[in-house]
Design a protein around this ligand. Structure first.
Ligand code: HEC
Length: 270
């Protein structure tokens, strides 16, 4: 190879990498612009809410029964304000349940759907929207404007909260991270993303009351179970079982700490 070809190759390579850096930097304002445009047009999560409402009301599952007889804790069929009081203890299942695990209870007992069919692929992706995620969107939307009011009266509720609190500060894994490593200080950041400080009541409220949310960067509606999954992945922990006890306990810890905040979801996130 003669020297001038080599020089050109280096130049082309340098320009290509310069362009890709410029593109990476350019994509941030582009994303923010897209985000702003979406806010002005309303939240795309509204489509998920509408789909969820339809799924809630129409006969479904092998039993061809709607979800309208599902008890989310405020009585049979009451959806309004139910999310603002979850997780809670349910006497029929004798355990504390978050929204997702309670929906699984109704989908299995009322509609006859197999739990394994619901939990096999509970998160949406390209061209795939699980029913449970749309049901989540509908139910949370019905608590918009309602103050978070999670109770610890039942001993099992108190226990779930205490477990959640311990898990939140439990350090393990290859980096020895806990949730609190990333989420217990003010003004921490990873790249462009603010890290919410959940030991601060305002952050805890702002954050919990804006999840579940539509994620602009993914173009998808995401449930709180997804949020926990993604943070446990960032923590390099094993993937938790969907709607398992540990995820419900963590949700209980965060929901209770958000009490008195006004629920404002589904939110719109980066
Ligand atoms: C390695 C750092 C890291 C760890 C550890 C971590 N997170 Fe996160 N978490 C993040 C980042 C980064 C974001 C923001 C992501 C974004 O903006 O897209 C986030 C966002 C969140 C949010 C949403 C905040 C909001 O207002 O949108 C919640 C809730 C959350 N984390 C909970 C947890 C819990 C619970 C744990 C422990 C199981 C945990 N995180 C562990 C980095 C971490």
């Amino acid at each position: 190879m003669n020297i001038s070809i080599l020089k050109n190759a280096i130049l082309v390579f340098a320009m290509a990498s310069y362009c890709s850096i410029a593109f990476a930097e350019g994509s941030v304002p582009k994303e923010i612009a897209a985000y702003r445009e979406m806010i002005s047009d309303g939240n795309p999560a509204e489509f998920d809410e509408m789909r969820g409402e339809e799924l809630w009301k129409k006969p479904g599952g092998p039993n061809k029964v709607s979800m309208e007889k599902c008890d989310l804790g405020k009585g049979t069929g009451v959806v309004k304000g139910a999310y603002a009081e979850l997780p809670r203890y349910f006497p029929d299942t004798q355990r504390v349940q978050d929204l997702e695990s309670r929906l699984i209870t109704c989908m299995t007992t009322l509609q006859g759907t197999l739990e394994s069919d619901i939990t096999a692929k509970p998160f949406g992706g390209d061209n795939y929207k699980p029913e449970i995620e749309s049901l989540v969107a509908y139910v949370v939307g019905q608590s918009k404007g309602v103050k978070m009011n999670v109770s610890l009266k039942h001993p099992k509720e108190k226990e779930a909260y205490e477990i959640g609190k311990r898990v939140f500060t439990y350090r393990a894994g290859p980096y020895d991270f806990a949730c609190s490593t990333c989420h217990s200080q003010d003004n921490l950041r990873i790249r462009m993303q603010n890290l919410q400080n959940f030991s601060n009541a305002k952050d805890a409220q702002d954050s919990y009351t804006t999840w579940p949310a539509y994620r602009v960067s993914q173009g998808l509606f995401r449930s709180f179970q997804w949020r926990l999954n993604d943070c446990l992945r960032q923590q390099r922990f094993p993937e938790p079982k969907y709607a398992s006890e540990v995820t419900i306990a963590l949700t209980m810890y965060m929901a209770k700490n958000a009490n008195d905040g006004v629920y404002a979801g589904p939110g719109l996130k980066r």
